[in-house]
Design a protein around this ligand. Structure first.
Ligand code: PHE
Length: 452
Protein backbone atom coordinates (compact mmCIF):
# COMPACT_ATOMS: atom_id res chain seq x y z
CA UNK A 1 0.00 0.00 0.00
CA UNK A 2 2.04 2.85 -1.31
CA UNK A 3 -0.07 5.56 0.28
CA UNK A 4 0.77 4.54 3.83
CA UNK A 5 4.28 5.87 3.94
CA UNK A 6 4.87 6.00 7.67
CA UNK A 7 3.89 2.49 8.59
CA UNK A 8 7.23 1.74 10.16
CA UNK A 9 6.91 4.63 12.62
CA UNK A 10 4.24 2.72 14.38
CA UNK A 11 4.09 -0.34 16.41
CA UNK A 12 2.39 -2.23 13.63
CA UNK A 13 -0.17 -4.00 15.74
CA UNK A 14 -1.36 -0.81 17.33
CA UNK A 15 -1.68 0.99 14.01
CA UNK A 16 -3.78 -1.77 12.60
CA UNK A 17 -5.92 -1.99 15.71
CA UNK A 18 -6.63 1.72 15.64
CA UNK A 19 -7.42 1.85 11.96
CA UNK A 20 -9.63 -1.20 12.04
CA UNK A 21 -11.32 -0.29 15.30
CA UNK A 22 -11.85 3.17 13.78
CA UNK A 23 -13.57 1.56 10.82
CA UNK A 24 -15.66 -0.81 12.93
CA UNK A 25 -16.76 1.64 15.60
CA UNK A 26 -19.11 4.15 14.10
CA UNK A 27 -22.74 4.92 13.44
CA UNK A 28 -23.37 1.18 13.32
CA UNK A 29 -22.84 0.95 17.07
CA UNK A 30 -24.27 4.23 18.22
CA UNK A 31 -27.08 4.98 15.81
CA UNK A 32 -28.03 1.74 14.09
CA UNK A 33 -27.72 -1.05 16.66
CA UNK A 34 -29.93 0.67 19.26
CA UNK A 35 -32.81 1.32 16.89
CA UNK A 36 -32.53 -2.09 15.23
CA UNK A 37 -32.88 -3.71 18.63
CA UNK A 38 -36.13 -1.83 19.16
CA UNK A 39 -37.52 -2.45 15.70
CA UNK A 40 -36.75 -6.18 15.85
CA UNK A 41 -38.21 -7.13 19.20
CA UNK A 42 -35.46 -6.41 21.73
CA UNK A 43 -33.70 -9.37 23.33
CA UNK A 44 -34.35 -11.77 20.45
CA UNK A 45 -32.39 -9.50 18.17
CA UNK A 46 -29.60 -8.95 20.70
CA UNK A 47 -29.17 -12.68 21.17
CA UNK A 48 -28.92 -13.46 17.45
CA UNK A 49 -26.63 -10.45 16.94
CA UNK A 50 -24.20 -11.55 19.64
CA UNK A 51 -24.21 -15.15 18.39
CA UNK A 52 -23.56 -13.86 14.86
CA UNK A 53 -20.60 -11.80 16.07
CA UNK A 54 -18.97 -14.80 17.72
CA UNK A 55 -19.79 -17.60 15.28
CA UNK A 56 -19.59 -15.68 12.02
CA UNK A 57 -18.17 -12.19 12.59
CA UNK A 58 -14.96 -13.06 14.43
CA UNK A 59 -13.89 -15.94 12.16
CA UNK A 60 -14.70 -13.94 9.04
CA UNK A 61 -12.86 -10.89 10.29
CA UNK A 62 -9.82 -13.13 10.65
CA UNK A 63 -10.43 -14.37 7.12
CA UNK A 64 -10.64 -10.88 5.70
CA UNK A 65 -7.49 -9.76 7.48
CA UNK A 66 -5.56 -12.77 6.27
CA UNK A 67 -6.67 -12.15 2.68
CA UNK A 68 -5.51 -8.54 2.94
CA UNK A 69 -2.22 -9.27 4.61
CA UNK A 70 -1.34 -11.92 2.08
CA UNK A 71 -2.42 -9.85 -0.95
CA UNK A 72 -1.05 -6.42 0.06
CA UNK A 73 -3.34 -4.77 -2.48
CA UNK A 74 -6.79 -3.27 -2.99
CA UNK A 75 -9.57 -5.89 -2.76
CA UNK A 76 -10.09 -6.34 -6.50
CA UNK A 77 -6.44 -6.84 -7.47
CA UNK A 78 -5.75 -8.51 -4.16
CA UNK A 79 -8.27 -11.29 -4.60
CA UNK A 80 -7.14 -11.70 -8.19
CA UNK A 81 -3.52 -12.08 -7.03
CA UNK A 82 -4.52 -14.66 -4.45
CA UNK A 83 -6.63 -16.55 -6.99
CA UNK A 84 -3.74 -16.68 -9.43
CA UNK A 85 -1.38 -17.75 -6.66
CA UNK A 86 -3.75 -20.64 -5.93
CA UNK A 87 -4.11 -21.38 -9.67
CA UNK A 88 -7.83 -20.59 -9.58
CA UNK A 89 -10.02 -18.46 -11.83
CA UNK A 90 -9.21 -14.77 -11.77
CA UNK A 91 -12.94 -14.10 -12.01
CA UNK A 92 -12.78 -14.06 -8.23
CA UNK A 93 -11.65 -10.46 -8.57
CA UNK A 94 -15.27 -9.42 -9.05
CA UNK A 95 -15.79 -10.30 -5.41
CA UNK A 96 -13.44 -7.44 -4.66
CA UNK A 97 -15.33 -5.28 -7.13
CA UNK A 98 -18.64 -6.05 -5.47
CA UNK A 99 -17.18 -5.04 -2.11
CA UNK A 100 -15.95 -1.73 -3.47
CA UNK A 101 -19.38 -0.92 -4.87
CA UNK A 102 -21.01 -1.95 -1.58
CA UNK A 103 -18.83 0.52 0.29
CA UNK A 104 -19.89 3.38 -1.97
CA UNK A 105 -23.57 2.48 -1.63
CA UNK A 106 -23.25 2.42 2.16
CA UNK A 107 -21.51 5.77 2.18
CA UNK A 108 -24.46 7.19 0.24
CA UNK A 109 -26.64 6.94 3.34
CA UNK A 110 -23.90 6.88 5.98
CA UNK A 111 -22.97 10.42 5.04
CA UNK A 112 -26.54 11.65 5.46
CA UNK A 113 -26.76 10.16 8.95
CA UNK A 114 -23.27 11.52 9.69
CA UNK A 115 -24.83 14.84 8.72
CA UNK A 116 -27.56 14.40 11.37
CA UNK A 117 -24.81 14.00 13.94
CA UNK A 118 -23.11 17.20 12.76
CA UNK A 119 -26.45 19.00 12.93
CA UNK A 120 -26.81 17.79 16.51
CA UNK A 121 -23.39 19.11 17.44
CA UNK A 122 -24.58 22.53 16.39
CA UNK A 123 -27.87 22.06 18.30
CA UNK A 124 -25.96 21.02 21.39
CA UNK A 125 -23.61 23.99 21.12
CA UNK A 126 -26.53 26.39 20.87
CA UNK A 127 -27.89 24.98 24.13
CA UNK A 128 -31.19 23.91 22.63
CA UNK A 129 -31.41 20.69 24.66
CA UNK A 130 -31.64 22.52 27.93
CA UNK A 131 -34.72 21.30 29.89
CA UNK A 132 -36.13 19.80 26.71
CA UNK A 133 -39.19 17.54 27.02
CA UNK A 134 -39.67 14.26 25.18
CA UNK A 135 -42.22 15.84 22.86
CA UNK A 136 -39.99 18.80 22.07
CA UNK A 137 -37.10 16.52 21.37
CA UNK A 138 -39.11 14.43 18.92
CA UNK A 139 -40.46 17.56 17.26
CA UNK A 140 -36.91 18.88 16.94
CA UNK A 141 -35.77 15.77 15.15
CA UNK A 142 -38.82 15.75 12.88
CA UNK A 143 -38.06 19.34 11.95
CA UNK A 144 -34.54 18.36 10.92
CA UNK A 145 -35.84 15.55 8.72
CA UNK A 146 -38.42 17.83 7.17
CA UNK A 147 -35.79 20.28 6.02
CA UNK A 148 -34.10 19.23 2.76
CA UNK A 149 -31.84 22.24 3.05
CA UNK A 150 -30.45 21.27 6.46
CA UNK A 151 -30.03 17.62 5.53
CA UNK A 152 -28.21 18.49 2.32
CA UNK A 153 -26.04 21.07 4.00
CA UNK A 154 -24.79 18.69 6.69
CA UNK A 155 -24.50 15.77 4.28
CA UNK A 156 -22.27 17.99 2.13
CA UNK A 157 -20.11 18.91 5.11
CA UNK A 158 -19.73 15.27 6.07
CA UNK A 159 -18.76 14.26 2.52
CA UNK A 160 -16.18 17.06 2.42
CA UNK A 161 -14.71 15.83 5.69
CA UNK A 162 -14.51 12.25 4.42
CA UNK A 163 -13.10 13.06 1.02
CA UNK A 164 -10.53 15.52 2.26
CA UNK A 165 -8.96 12.83 4.42
CA UNK A 166 -9.20 10.22 1.69
CA UNK A 167 -7.57 12.63 -0.77
CA UNK A 168 -4.49 12.78 1.44
CA UNK A 169 -4.26 9.06 2.12
CA UNK A 170 -5.60 7.17 5.08
CA UNK A 171 -2.47 7.68 7.10
CA UNK A 172 -3.09 11.39 7.45
CA UNK A 173 -3.10 11.20 11.20
CA UNK A 174 -6.77 10.72 11.78
CA UNK A 175 -6.21 7.16 12.90
CA UNK A 176 -3.77 8.35 15.52
CA UNK A 177 -6.47 10.48 17.04
CA UNK A 178 -8.42 7.28 17.66
CA UNK A 179 -5.86 6.59 20.33
CA UNK A 180 -7.54 9.17 22.52
CA UNK A 181 -10.98 9.39 21.02
CA UNK A 182 -12.13 5.80 21.26
CA UNK A 183 -11.33 5.63 24.99
CA UNK A 184 -12.99 9.05 25.32
CA UNK A 185 -16.12 7.72 23.66
CA UNK A 186 -16.20 4.83 26.14
CA UNK A 187 -15.70 7.25 29.02
CA UNK A 188 -18.52 9.56 28.01
CA UNK A 189 -20.72 6.58 27.50
CA UNK A 190 -20.10 5.54 31.07
CA UNK A 191 -21.20 8.99 32.22
CA UNK A 192 -24.33 8.60 30.15
CA UNK A 193 -24.90 5.14 31.52
CA UNK A 194 -24.50 6.45 35.05
CA UNK A 195 -27.15 9.06 34.37
CA UNK A 196 -29.45 6.48 32.81
CA UNK A 197 -29.02 4.27 35.84
CA UNK A 198 -30.03 6.95 38.27
CA UNK A 199 -32.73 8.71 36.24
CA UNK A 200 -33.86 6.15 33.71
CA UNK A 201 -35.53 2.79 33.91
CA UNK A 202 -32.51 0.52 33.72
CA UNK A 203 -34.36 -2.53 34.91
CA UNK A 204 -36.89 -2.48 32.09
CA UNK A 205 -34.13 -1.67 29.62
CA UNK A 206 -32.12 -4.64 30.83
CA UNK A 207 -35.05 -7.00 30.53
CA UNK A 208 -35.93 -5.62 27.13
CA UNK A 209 -32.44 -6.27 25.84
CA UNK A 210 -31.38 -9.42 27.64
CA UNK A 211 -34.32 -11.43 28.89
CA UNK A 212 -34.58 -14.19 26.31
CA UNK A 213 -37.83 -14.20 24.39
CA UNK A 214 -37.59 -16.66 21.57
CA UNK A 215 -41.13 -16.01 20.43
CA UNK A 216 -39.96 -12.75 18.89
CA UNK A 217 -37.33 -14.35 16.67
CA UNK A 218 -38.46 -14.18 13.05
CA UNK A 219 -36.54 -14.99 9.85
CA UNK A 220 -36.34 -11.32 9.00
CA UNK A 221 -34.96 -10.39 12.40
CA UNK A 222 -32.36 -13.16 12.13
CA UNK A 223 -31.23 -11.83 8.77
CA UNK A 224 -31.15 -8.27 10.12
CA UNK A 225 -29.07 -9.34 13.11
CA UNK A 226 -26.65 -11.32 10.97
CA UNK A 227 -26.42 -8.46 8.49
CA UNK A 228 -25.79 -6.01 11.28
CA UNK A 229 -22.93 -8.14 12.60
CA UNK A 230 -21.28 -7.60 9.21
CA UNK A 231 -22.10 -3.91 9.14
CA UNK A 232 -20.87 -3.31 12.66
CA UNK A 233 -17.54 -5.08 12.13
CA UNK A 234 -17.11 -3.51 8.65
CA UNK A 235 -16.99 -6.98 7.11
CA UNK A 236 -17.80 -8.30 3.68
CA UNK A 237 -16.73 -5.35 1.54
CA UNK A 238 -12.94 -5.20 1.67
CA UNK A 239 -12.38 -2.41 4.20
CA UNK A 240 -10.80 -4.78 6.69
CA UNK A 241 -8.93 -6.42 3.84
CA UNK A 242 -7.33 -3.13 2.82
CA UNK A 243 -6.45 -2.36 6.43
CA UNK A 244 -5.09 -5.91 6.81
CA UNK A 245 -1.95 -4.83 5.05
CA UNK A 246 -1.06 -2.61 8.02
CA UNK A 247 -0.41 -5.76 9.93
CA UNK A 248 3.02 -7.30 10.06
CA UNK A 249 3.59 -11.02 9.89
CA UNK A 250 4.53 -11.47 13.52
CA UNK A 251 1.25 -10.14 14.89
CA UNK A 252 -1.54 -12.48 15.89
CA UNK A 253 -4.57 -11.97 13.67
CA UNK A 254 -6.78 -13.91 16.08
CA UNK A 255 -5.99 -11.89 19.17
CA UNK A 256 -6.34 -8.51 17.45
CA UNK A 257 -9.63 -9.56 15.92
CA UNK A 258 -11.05 -10.60 19.24
CA UNK A 259 -10.13 -7.29 20.90
CA UNK A 260 -11.71 -5.28 18.10
CA UNK A 261 -14.86 -7.37 17.98
CA UNK A 262 -15.33 -7.26 21.74
CA UNK A 263 -14.83 -3.49 21.95
CA UNK A 264 -17.20 -2.95 19.03
CA UNK A 265 -19.94 -5.17 20.44
CA UNK A 266 -19.62 -3.90 23.99
CA UNK A 267 -19.86 -0.29 22.87
CA UNK A 268 -23.02 -0.94 20.91
CA UNK A 269 -24.71 -2.80 23.76
CA UNK A 270 -23.80 -0.10 26.29
CA UNK A 271 -25.29 2.59 24.08
CA UNK A 272 -28.36 0.40 23.76
CA UNK A 273 -28.76 0.10 27.54
CA UNK A 274 -28.32 3.83 28.09
CA UNK A 275 -30.86 4.64 25.38
CA UNK A 276 -33.54 2.14 26.38
CA UNK A 277 -33.41 3.08 29.98
CA UNK A 278 -34.26 6.64 28.88
CA UNK A 279 -36.82 5.43 26.37
CA UNK A 280 -38.80 3.53 29.00
CA UNK A 281 -38.50 6.21 31.67
CA UNK A 282 -39.84 8.82 29.24
CA UNK A 283 -42.55 6.59 27.75
CA UNK A 284 -41.06 6.83 24.28
CA UNK A 285 -41.58 4.14 21.65
CA UNK A 286 -38.74 1.59 21.55
CA UNK A 287 -39.46 0.96 17.89
CA UNK A 288 -39.14 4.59 16.81
CA UNK A 289 -36.64 3.63 14.07
CA UNK A 290 -33.64 5.57 12.75
CA UNK A 291 -34.41 8.69 14.82
CA UNK A 292 -34.19 6.87 18.15
CA UNK A 293 -30.93 8.23 19.57
CA UNK A 294 -31.62 11.71 18.26
CA UNK A 295 -34.94 11.79 20.04
CA UNK A 296 -33.84 10.27 23.34
CA UNK A 297 -30.34 11.50 24.11
CA UNK A 298 -31.12 15.23 24.07
CA UNK A 299 -33.54 14.58 26.95
CA UNK A 300 -30.67 13.18 29.03
CA UNK A 301 -28.30 15.99 28.05
CA UNK A 302 -30.98 18.58 28.69
CA UNK A 303 -31.46 17.49 32.29
CA UNK A 304 -28.18 16.17 33.62
CA UNK A 305 -25.72 18.43 35.43
CA UNK A 306 -23.12 19.64 32.92
CA UNK A 307 -25.35 18.23 30.19
CA UNK A 308 -24.58 21.07 27.79
CA UNK A 309 -20.92 20.24 27.63
CA UNK A 310 -21.44 16.50 27.79
CA UNK A 311 -23.92 16.69 24.90
CA UNK A 312 -21.52 18.63 22.71
CA UNK A 313 -18.70 16.23 23.54
CA UNK A 314 -20.86 13.20 22.89
CA UNK A 315 -22.00 14.25 19.43
CA UNK A 316 -18.46 15.38 18.58
CA UNK A 317 -17.11 11.96 19.46
CA UNK A 318 -19.86 10.22 17.50
CA UNK A 319 -19.08 12.42 14.49
CA UNK A 320 -15.46 11.48 14.82
CA UNK A 321 -16.27 7.77 15.03
CA UNK A 322 -18.47 8.11 11.94
CA UNK A 323 -15.68 9.94 10.12
CA UNK A 324 -13.09 7.19 10.65
CA UNK A 325 -15.65 4.65 9.42
CA UNK A 326 -16.68 6.58 6.34
CA UNK A 327 -13.07 6.80 5.21
CA UNK A 328 -12.84 3.03 5.19
CA UNK A 329 -15.93 2.81 3.01
CA UNK A 330 -14.21 4.59 0.10
CA UNK A 331 -10.61 3.56 0.69
CA UNK A 332 -10.85 0.22 -1.18
CA UNK A 333 -12.13 1.94 -4.34
CA UNK A 334 -9.66 4.81 -4.10
CA UNK A 335 -6.80 2.35 -3.69
CA UNK A 336 -8.01 0.46 -6.74
CA UNK A 337 -8.23 3.61 -8.89
CA UNK A 338 -4.83 4.88 -7.81
CA UNK A 339 -3.12 1.54 -8.33
CA UNK A 340 -4.70 0.89 -11.74
CA UNK A 341 -5.13 4.18 -13.55
CA UNK A 342 -3.22 7.39 -14.05
CA UNK A 343 -5.78 9.23 -11.94
CA UNK A 344 -4.19 10.79 -8.87
CA UNK A 345 -5.52 10.26 -5.36
CA UNK A 346 -6.92 13.81 -5.16
CA UNK A 347 -8.78 13.53 -8.43
CA UNK A 348 -10.08 10.07 -7.56
CA UNK A 349 -11.41 11.39 -4.25
CA UNK A 350 -13.12 14.25 -6.06
CA UNK A 351 -14.80 12.03 -8.65
CA UNK A 352 -16.02 9.46 -6.14
CA UNK A 353 -16.97 12.23 -3.75
CA UNK A 354 -19.28 13.82 -6.29
CA UNK A 355 -20.83 10.48 -7.26
CA UNK A 356 -21.53 9.44 -3.68
CA UNK A 357 -22.68 12.94 -2.78
CA UNK A 358 -25.35 12.69 -5.50
CA UNK A 359 -26.51 9.37 -4.13
CA UNK A 360 -26.69 11.00 -0.70
CA UNK A 361 -28.85 13.80 -2.09
CA UNK A 362 -31.42 11.19 -3.11
CA UNK A 363 -31.18 9.61 0.35
CA UNK A 364 -31.63 12.97 2.10
CA UNK A 365 -34.68 13.74 0.00
CA UNK A 366 -36.15 10.33 0.82
CA UNK A 367 -36.74 11.66 4.35
CA UNK A 368 -38.98 14.44 3.08
CA UNK A 369 -39.79 15.40 -0.55
CA UNK A 370 -39.26 11.89 -1.92
CA UNK A 371 -40.63 10.04 1.08
CA UNK A 372 -43.28 8.28 -0.95
CA UNK A 373 -41.01 7.08 -3.71
CA UNK A 374 -40.72 3.35 -3.12
CA UNK A 375 -38.02 1.31 -4.80
CA UNK A 376 -38.67 -2.33 -3.82
CA UNK A 377 -40.83 -4.08 -1.19
CA UNK A 378 -42.39 -0.76 -0.27
CA UNK A 379 -39.01 0.60 0.88
CA UNK A 380 -37.97 4.17 0.17
CA UNK A 381 -34.53 5.14 -1.15
CA UNK A 382 -32.80 5.20 2.24
CA UNK A 383 -34.37 1.93 3.36
CA UNK A 384 -33.58 0.21 0.08
CA UNK A 385 -29.89 1.13 0.21
CA UNK A 386 -29.66 0.15 3.86
CA UNK A 387 -31.35 -3.23 3.41
CA UNK A 388 -29.61 -4.03 0.14
CA UNK A 389 -26.16 -3.45 1.62
CA UNK A 390 -26.57 -4.77 5.16
CA UNK A 391 -28.75 -7.77 4.54
CA UNK A 392 -27.69 -8.81 1.05
CA UNK A 393 -24.35 -7.48 -0.18
CA UNK A 394 -22.28 -7.64 3.02
CA UNK A 395 -23.33 -11.18 4.05
CA UNK A 396 -22.93 -12.31 0.43
CA UNK A 397 -19.45 -10.78 0.28
CA UNK A 398 -18.55 -12.48 3.55
CA UNK A 399 -19.93 -15.81 2.36
CA UNK A 400 -17.84 -15.67 -0.82
CA UNK A 401 -14.69 -14.61 1.06
CA UNK A 402 -15.12 -17.53 3.44
CA UNK A 403 -15.54 -19.92 0.53
CA UNK A 404 -12.56 -18.43 -1.26
CA UNK A 405 -10.25 -18.68 1.75
CA UNK A 406 -11.60 -22.05 2.84
CA UNK A 407 -11.88 -23.95 -0.41
CA UNK A 408 -9.85 -22.16 -3.06
CA UNK A 409 -6.72 -20.91 -1.34
CA UNK A 410 -3.83 -23.15 -0.51
CA UNK A 411 -4.36 -24.38 3.04
CA UNK A 412 -0.71 -23.92 3.96
CA UNK A 413 -0.78 -20.28 2.90
CA UNK A 414 -3.80 -19.71 5.06
CA UNK A 415 -2.23 -21.43 8.01
CA UNK A 416 0.95 -19.43 7.52
CA UNK A 417 -0.98 -16.15 7.69
CA UNK A 418 -3.08 -17.07 10.67
CA UNK A 419 -0.15 -18.63 12.45
CA UNK A 420 -2.32 -20.48 14.97
CA UNK A 421 -1.61 -23.69 16.82
CA UNK A 422 -3.24 -26.77 15.31
CA UNK A 423 -6.22 -26.76 17.57
CA UNK A 424 -7.05 -23.11 17.09
CA UNK A 425 -6.55 -23.42 13.36
CA UNK A 426 -8.98 -26.31 13.29
CA UNK A 427 -11.54 -24.20 15.14
CA UNK A 428 -11.16 -21.35 12.69
CA UNK A 429 -11.51 -23.76 9.78
CA UNK A 430 -14.71 -25.23 11.15
CA UNK A 431 -16.14 -21.75 11.59
CA UNK A 432 -14.92 -20.43 8.25
CA UNK A 433 -15.59 -23.49 6.11
CA UNK A 434 -18.81 -24.74 7.63
CA UNK A 435 -20.55 -22.65 10.27
CA UNK A 436 -20.35 -19.24 8.61
CA UNK A 437 -21.17 -20.29 5.02
CA UNK A 438 -23.96 -22.60 6.11
CA UNK A 439 -25.48 -20.02 8.44
CA UNK A 440 -25.42 -17.27 5.83
CA UNK A 441 -26.63 -19.51 3.02
CA UNK A 442 -29.41 -20.95 5.18
CA UNK A 443 -30.73 -17.50 6.03
CA UNK A 444 -30.68 -16.48 2.37
CA UNK A 445 -32.37 -19.67 1.20
CA UNK A 446 -35.01 -19.42 3.87
CA UNK A 447 -35.88 -15.91 2.84
CA UNK A 448 -36.09 -16.80 -0.80
CA UNK A 449 -38.56 -19.44 0.28
CA UNK A 450 -36.31 -22.26 -0.89
CA UNK A 451 -36.15 -24.03 2.45
CA UNK A 452 -38.65 -24.14 5.26
N1 PHE B 1 -18.70 -0.55 10.85
C1 PHE B 1 -19.10 0.78 10.54
C2 PHE B 1 -20.03 1.25 11.66
O1 PHE B 1 -20.41 0.47 12.48
C3 PHE B 1 -19.75 0.92 9.20
C4 PHE B 1 -19.01 0.26 8.10
C5 PHE B 1 -19.58 -0.81 7.42
C6 PHE B 1 -17.73 0.68 7.74
C7 PHE B 1 -18.90 -1.47 6.41
C8 PHE B 1 -17.03 0.04 6.73
C9 PHE B 1 -17.62 -1.05 6.09
O2 PHE B 1 -20.40 2.37 11.69
Amino acid sequence: MSHIPHRSHWNSRWTFMLATAGSAIGLGNIWKLPYMIGVNGGSAFVLVFVISIFLVGIPLMMTEILLGRRAQKNPLDGIQTLAIEAKKSSLWRYLGGMGMLTGLLILGFYSVIGGWVLAYISEAVSGSFSQITAQQSTANFDALLASPFKLLFWHTVFMLMTMSVVAHGVNSGLEKANNILIPALFAILLVLLGYSMSEGDMQTAFQFMFKPDFSKITPVSVLSALGHAFFSLSLGMGAVMVYGSYLQRNVSIARTTIYIALADTLLGLLVGLAIYSLVFANHLAPNAGPGLIFQTLPIAFGHMPGGNIIGVLFFLLVAFAAWTSSISLVEPTIAWIVENTKIKRHAAALILGVAVWLLGVAVALSFNEWKDIKIVFNLNIFETLDKLTSTVLLPLGGLLMAIFAGYFMNKNHVQEELNLNDQAFKLWRIANNYIAPIAIAAVFLYLFGLIK
